[in-house]
Design a protein around this ligand. Structure first.
Ligand code: ISL
Ligand code: CA
Length: 559
């Protein structure tokens, strides 16, 4: 039989260490906190833990701005703590993957400090320095965190590129020495026994040689640089080199974070024969509607389920047999899916379970973000002063000063889509600070933790947590979930997401009802009287025509 790589059977759990578990009362989650929770994760049934960055960092972007790739952030612990965590995880059959953030470093990384010191520095070429044009930056490209991607350095009068914050200068991947440094750093961690990498913004490494001006952005003096720096000219050459030099020598899994990638481009990154990555995170399903909204995600356009289904179906069918999908709703940059795509009030439990079912029965490797298994929800802090995320804080100023939005309108966008929705501390119990810390948490908690927490959830067989655990176990028992084809049904239906999985032995029907109202669904004949394998309600009404309850989701095996 065909060799099946382990990561095709894996379920990944993402930990945002800062907000997971504090072990020493300083209000900041840490590695020893994760260690305390390994048994919890094992009980849930996940296989791999992806840790958001744990390296030394001034925390301008919570660790995505790294000042030493080979040191642990002191707030998170020591290298000995990390080695113990890895050992203890492995002892339980859990793997650990780390975040590889090599599009940029911190401006406090010694390479950048040296690079900035003089145009003649031996490390000048580690970063992207350009002269201005008539006193203006080389282009008017907008950065991801608002403002220009260029920062003028007082010392030399030259500009350096930063696609994210000005404290995150972009590395120059054209420089072979930079690439060698990165490969050597990767080996450093892999030789410790790390099991894989999530690769931050990996499709942005290669910049065009000529830096063309982009299309103007509506209502802004800045322009759109993404068509030039996403999937740039040498990106596949770099990733193939990284694979040859590093990844091919270890049995590890890789997932590239690739905003702005279509299925056709995705296949170039993760095609089985390409020698690049195992899978990518695309954003097409979570950015549906944002491109045409006035101010992108901050306008928080309403969801079009048909548009989202089209996107997911295209990824399912176009990668089938060629590459491999990653499956996610939540991560540390996204609002809580139950709040965005479900109902975080009356039908919180039902809709969180429904989202679990429709996600985990697709083909690919699922990623569960901390708290998703509890149905944790978005938070609405009363004022912007409580927010910590640099993207949110920068956007707040621009929306207010340049676009004239009032506070209520901006906060509505933040409540709907801001990244801090996902970054409030994990809810372990109904005790003080949800059991996250004895001290003062670095960011306020979601006040609903007395009702929504892991202690309550594990004790309640009807909880979202148990549904995740059962669904993880079920998908592992059904090879069709890993191997089968995917066919979308009812493509234009505004509230039903239904699809068939088929591996030649087993045919499964998955139906999720994205609505607060009851609904009906005419069951395809072959599923009438079929076995119900999963149901987020105690019963399923109707035979030929199902009468679905709000947010009901079922999986039925064909007779
Ligand atoms: O968060 C986003 C939209 O809300 C994305 O545009 C995000 O900035 C993009 O996907 C890149 O994200 C990654 O790199 C960033 C970091 O801030 C994010 O947390 C990380 O996931 C810079 O390192
Ligand atoms: Ca701590």
């Amino acid at each position: 039989p065909e060799h099946i790589p382990w990561w095709k059977d894996a379920v990944v759990y993402q930990i945002y260490p800062r907000s997971f578990q504090d072990s020493n009362g300083d209000g900041i989650g840490d590695l020893r906190g994760i260690l305390q929770r390994l048994d919890y994760l094992k009980r849930l049934g996940v296989d791999v833990l992806w840790l958001s960055p744990i390296y030394a960092s001034p925390n301008d972007d919570n660790g995505y701005d790294i000042s030493d790739y080979r040191a642990i952030m002191p707030e998170f612990g020591t290298m000995a703590d990390f080695e113990e965590l890895l050992r203890e995880a492995h002892a339980r059959g859990l793997k650990i993957m780390l975040d590889l953030v090599v599009n940029h470093t911190s401006d406090e990384h010694p390479w950048f400090i040296e690079s900035r010191s003089s145009p003649d520095s031996s490390k000048r070429d580690y970063y992207i320095w350009k002269k201005g044009k008539e006193g203006q930056p080389p282009t008017r490209w907008e950065s991801f965190f608002s403002g220009s991607v260029w920062e003028k350095d007082a010392r030399s009068g030259e500009y350096y590129l930063h696609l994210f914050s000005r404290k995150q200068p972009d590395l120059n991947w054209e420089n072979p020495q930079v690439r060698r440094e990165v490969y050597s750093m990767m080996r450093f961690w892999l030789d410790k026994g790390v099991d894989g990498w999530r690769m931050d913004t990996i499709n942005m490494l290669s910049k065009p040689p000529d830096y063309p001006e982009g299309r103007p952005i509506r209502g802004s003096v800045l322009t759109e640089g993404q068509p030039y720096f996403l999937n740039g000219p040498r990106i596949h050459e770099y990733l193939q080199e990284m694979h040859r030099e590093v990844l091919a020598h270890y049995d590890v899994m890789t997932v590239g974070e690739t905003p702005g990638v279509t299925p056709a481009e995705g296949a170039l990154y993760c095609g089985a024969e390409r020698g690049e990555l195992n899978m990518v995170f695309h954003f097409e399903h979570v950015f549906v509607g944002d491109e045409t909204a006035e101010r992108g995600k901050w306008s928080n356009p309403p969801l079009s389920l048909p548009a989202m289904k089209r996107v997911l179906a295209r990824w399912q069918t176009e990668l089938h047999g060629k590459g491999w999908n990653s499956l996610y709703w939540d991560n540390h940059d996204q609002p809580r899916a139950v709040s965005r795509f479900g109902d975080d009030r009356e039908y919180r439990v039902e809709s969180a379970k429904m989202l679990c079912t429709v996600l985990l029965f697709m083909q690919g490797t699922p990623y569960i973000y901390q708290g998703q298994e509890l149905g944790m929800t978005n938070v609405s802090f009363e004022s912007i002063d409580h927010y910590k995320d640099i993207e949110t804080l920068n956007a707040y100023k621009v929306l207010r000063d340049e676009h004239g939005w009032d506070t209520a309108r901006i906060l509505a966008g933040v409540y709907g889509r801001g990244r801090d929705n996902a970054r409030t501390p994990m809810h372990w119990s109904g005790e003080k600070n949800a059991g996250f810390t004895d001290g003062t948490p670095w960011i306020a908690l979601n006040p609903n933790y007395p009702d929504i927490n892991a202690t309550v959830a594990e004790a309640d067989p009807g909880s979202v947590w148990h549904h995740y655990r059962d669904t993880i176990a079920l998908r592992k028992a059904l090879p069709v979930v890993r191997d089968g084809t995917f066919a979308l049904l009812e493509a234009e239906h505004p509230t039903l997401f239904s699809y068939i999985r088929d591996d030649g032995n087993t045919r499964l029907l998955v139906v999720g009802h994205f609505s607060r109202q009851p609904g009906t669904y005419a069951l395809p004949q072959e599923f009438v009287g079929g076995e119900v394998l999963s149901n987020n309600y105690a019963s399923l009404e109707g035979t030929g025509e199902l009468r679905l309850k709000p947010y009901q989701a079922v999986v039925i095996r064909a007779r």
